[in-house]
Design a protein around this ligand. Sequence first.
Ligand SMILES: NC(=O)c1ccc[n+]([C@@H]2O[C@H](COP(=O)([O-])OP(=O)(O)OC[C@H]3O[C@@H](n4cnc5c(N)ncnc54)[C@H](O)[C@@H]3O)[C@@H](O)[C@H]2O)c1
Length: 372
Amino acid sequence: MTTIAVIGLGAMGLGIAQVYVTAGFAVLGTDAGSNARATARDGLSRALSSRVTSGRLTPDDAAAALDRFRVVDDLDALAAADLAIEAIVEDKAAKSALLAQMESVLSPGATLATNTSSLGVGDLATALTRPGRLVGLHFFNPPPAMRLVELVTLPVTDPAAATLARQVTETAGKTVIACADSPGFVVNRCARPFYGEALALLEEGRSPADIDGAMLAAGYRLGPLGLIDLIGTDVHLAATETIYAAFDRHPRYYPFAALRRRVLSGHLGRKSGIGLLYPQTMPAAPADAAAIALRIEATLVNEAAWLVAAGGPAAADIDTALRLGMNFPRGPFEMLDLHGRDRVRQTLADLARNAPPHLAGRYDAAPLLQAG
Ligand SMILES: NC(=O)c1ccc[n+]([C@@H]2O[C@H](COP(=O)([O-])OP(=O)(O)OC[C@H]3O[C@@H](n4cnc5c(N)ncnc54)[C@H](O)[C@@H]3O)[C@@H](O)[C@H]2O)c1
């Protein structure tokens, strides 16, 4: 019987615990906060009950799942775990210290995993004596509902560690995509133009309603500006700046002033009552909706094609990742099939010709899209 430990029982950690107990694994959970420890079991119980109410779990299965979850007070009590996943605060020093501690508590054959979104798994591995035992297991929010998990491995990763992490996560019903340790992994990197090109359009004077209306008409469940409002403009700006810095300020990841201005004005999205689009949510499509959608999708195709050029995952895996991780109606290479290579290339060339100086190079086509 595989035992899984989850350290950090916040929004993500408790959701990850739910994923594995529901799949039949024993889960040991802990948190530095006594309140988080004290409330975790009730939180899990409520989450399981709501699955019973919605008919996705029987009352017996929910009770059995809750029985498999045990909250412990200190890390020493996690010694029996075969896989330990940390979902603590996104802070390199805190995560490095915790992972080093876990390494000394667990057996040498155990697998360590980090749920980091923005830190390098390789950077975290430097804190360890056995860096080959660490993988990234990047769940999406909320973990029980989102089917995708990115499995991040390093050149030094022990295949047995990656295999265990993949097997238990697939057993829990997730689609696991292997990815390299590069900023934003696959989903958070390939989704940048969805937001960025919408913000570029906003800076050119298009209304938020036109931009999101165009993407809703193209089959997206939420437009890019509405999605930023849901995430929080402040949280989104911080994530954009992290990726921009990680890619040496490449203009494809440019943090637009339109976003920064909203943050400085306190317009943080749904949580503050005003955002880029919010309180509006589902605007109608403008007359040129198709052109707006083509522009945003052409830049999505280009980002994915640059990732492939850098040795990233196969095109089909990138498509799966964006459909499951972002709820996109189609992946970037399906967008390429839809619009055709010539139109995508022409759209990028037109954008490049009209780009302001600070965006020079933003629309350079990836090798896959170049003429020839
Ligand atoms: N929230 C998201 O949308 C999301 C999505 C994917 C990944 N992540 C990543 O998941 C991790 C957790 O995020 P979250 O949103 O659940 O945060 P959260 O603030 O809800 O929970 C973090 C928990 O970790 C605990 N904690 C902090 N330091 C600790 C330590 N040293 N030892 C033990 N427990 C400690 C805190 O008490 C808290 O309960 C972060 O790395 C984050 O980047 C978050």
